[in-house]
Design a protein around this ligand. Structure first.
Ligand code: ATP
Length: 255
């Protein structure tokens, strides 16, 4: 079972704005970000998602394209049920593995090895399953004896290695990914990409945000273009990547 159904989703962030003397009112809409407006109580709000509807099922591998601040991360977080929408309904059926914020769910005072269990349980793995997979996860991370030290002593790349190793060894139906593989050194990056491709192939439904056309073409079969929180286009991956490049006034390079 793998289903994500979003019905008329709007998500607004109330924000505190202080306008500097230097920057007075802006009459035209910015090219980046969500929609800024004043709420009923006079407070500034950013509308990150705007009446967005989308249904995904087994076999769908969706790429999220869009300018900076278009709403890609917010949309993934809504799908992961980390953000409740301001309006609309979210239905998710199946086990979800969100690789959105690699540090999320890790305990910095526990050792790397203990964190394999802490994070694994958080992602829905059973203790028995974790015992079987712990060695493979430890080996994949290549952290060796560092796994016996508290995670606060790790560099950010070392933390990312462990978090990535744990998250991609869980069994899942739905995989939500947000440009997470951009951490680690070059050798780990190559290994991580291969692992990610296998993991993505094994999952039934995938949603991925990335600014790399190559990653998107390798892993996805459909795409949406988000613009200021709205779906501007939806269709087959190659068609949408080309349409996006045209809308941005650039060539669709595979980088
Ligand atoms: N916690 C927050 N508080 C206030 N505004 C937020 C918050 N998170 C996101 N936003 C706003 O929501 C809009 C969408 O942001 P989001 O991070 O979803 O964009 P994105 O498409 O992932 O961008 P990028 O490609 O730059 O990572 C932006 O205008 C951003 O300023």
């Amino acid at each position: 079972m793998a289903l994500i159904k979003l019905e008329n989703i709007t998500l607004e962030f109330p924000v505190q704005a202080s306008k500097s003397d230097r920057r007075q009112s802006s009459s035209k809409e910015s090219h980046i970000g969500g929609q800024l407006s004043l709420g009923p109580s006079g407070q500034m709000v950013v509308r990150a998602l705007d009446q967005l509807s989308l249904t995904l099922g087994p076999g769908d591998r969706l790429a999220l394209l869009g300018h900076n601040g278009a709403g890609k991360t917010t949309l993934l977080r809504v799908m992961a049920k980390l953000y409740p929408p301001t309006h609309g309904r979210v239905t998710v059926q199946g086990r979800v593995a969100p690789l959105l914020n690699l540090g999320f769910g890790l305990d910095m005072d526990s050792t790397g090895y203990d964190n394999i269990f802490i994070r694994g349980l958080y992602l829905g793995m059973s203790k028995a399953d974790l015992k079987k997979k712990a060695d493979a996860i430890a080996e994949f991370s290549e952290l060796g004896d560092f796994l016996d030290l508290p995670m606060r002593t790790y560099s950010s790349g070392m933390r990312a290695r462990l978090a990535f190793a744990i998250s991609t060894h869980v069994q899942t139906d739905i995989l939500l990914l947000d440009e997470v593989v951009a951490t680690g050194d070059a050798r780990f990056l190559k290994k991580a990409n291969e692992q990610l491709e296998n993991f993505a192939r094994d999952s039934k439904l995938l949603v991925l945000a990335s600014h790399s056309n190559k990653v998107l073409r390798d892993l996805c079969n459909k795409a949406v273009i988000l613009e200021h929180g709205r779906i501007k286009a939806f269709g087959p991956i190659d068609e949408i990547i080309d349409a996006y490049a045209v809308s941005m006034g650039v060539e669709a390079k595979d980088k």
